[in-house]
Design a protein around this ligand. Structure first.
Ligand code: ADP
Length: 297
């Protein structure tokens, strides 16, 4: 499956330019789309999911014109939106049957087979008769995947699915995503770099509606090898002084001290040691080079 996005632009009626001439190609397997809040990820996801039109540009999915042949896209699309909306008081089982009928699965025998299989796959079989309103955040997200998988879609879009999940729920959810197979395309939009590191052989970083970087996590890490330096300082003032002198990528609190990570071709000064770079370094450095604000913690 090949999804080709070409020159997509979108300005909302309030003047916000959410997508700026964005082009991107996405193939089979899990693709990570990462960017800070407000980067334009949801706008892009909603456009691919045929829920909103851009001002200009085109999207093609294996020869289907996504912006015009919407019904054809919807037949092969599973979508887990950022806001899944109101959860009714009915059970997971009944809701999945209802959504399956809406997707055109009218044969009861076939529908039962696929609904039951999805409840097993998403680990919701035991709680299938419980009302969705009683589900935890992680269970709701797994239900979201179950409904997205109805009809065995070839393209699956999941928008910020791990936000708000506790570590156990998040882990379980990432495992579920990774089991979806490589014979289809799964686009995972997230602001959590670690989700992408764990799951995605290909990724893109976007900010302010623009594509900043596209590649495999391994390639992007290789490009920074030997250029990431770390130093631990005691106070915030010392960390800020270093930020003025060096190309600091991020400052993290570690056990109450400040770990400063900087980019440099050679040691940037006393007390710095070369460290293994991680995907968060790639992400923060890419945003910093673009001049985007980024979260430093
Ligand atoms: P992300 O998913 O990366 O957080 P979004 O696509 O939701 O980014 O938003 C991109 C920008 O567009 C943000 O500045 C956001 O406030 C704005 N935006 C999103 N949806 C709308 C809308 N319906 N009307 C006006 N502005 C919007």
């Amino acid at each position: 499956m090949a999804l080709t996005i070409t020159g997509l632009s979108k300005t909302y009626s309030n003047g916000v330019k959410a997508l700026k001439n964005l082009s991107l190609s996405i193939g089979n397997g899990m693709f990570g789309l990462v960017g800070p809040n407000g980067a334009g990820k949801s706008s892009l996801m909603r456009t691919i999911a045929t829920l909103q039109d851009p001002d200009s540009g085109s999207v093609s999915l294996d020869g289907i014109d996504v912006l015009r042949q919407k019904d054809e896209v919807r037949r092969i699309l599973g979508y887990l939106p950022q806001e899944f909306g109101v959860y009714p008081k009915i059970s997971a089982l009944d809701m999945l049957h209802h959504l399956a009928v809406m997707k055109g699965m009218t044969n009861l025998g076939e529908r039962k087979g696929s609904v039951d299989a999805l409840l097993q796959q998403t680990n919701l079989w035991e709680v299938r008769k419980k009302a969705l309103t009683t589900f935890s955040g992680g269970m709701k997200q797994r239900f979201g995947i179950a409904q997205a998988l109805l009809g065995n879609p070839r393209l699956i879009i999941v928008d910020e699915p791990t936000a708000g999940l506790d570590p156990t729920e998040r882990n379980r959810f990432l495992n579920l995503l990774s089991s979806l197979g490589s014979d289809r395309t799964v686009i995972l939009s997230t602001h959590i770099v670690d989700d992408v590191r764990q799951l995605c052989p290909r990724m893109a970083i976007i900010a302010s509606g623009e594509l900043l970087l596209e590649g495999s996590p391994a390639e992007t890490l290789a490009a920074l090898k030997g250029k990431i330096w770390s130093k631990v300082v005691a106070t915030d003032d010392q960390a800020q002084a270093l930020e003025k002198q060096l190309q600091v990528i991020s400052t993290h609190l570690v056990g109450g001290e400040h770990e400063v990570r900087a980019f440099a071709n050679a040691s940037p000064g006393e007390g710095f040691s070369a460290v293994e770079c991680d995907l968060e370094d790639v992400y923060f450095l890419t945003l910093a080079r673009h001049g985007s604000s980024h979260m430093v913690n």
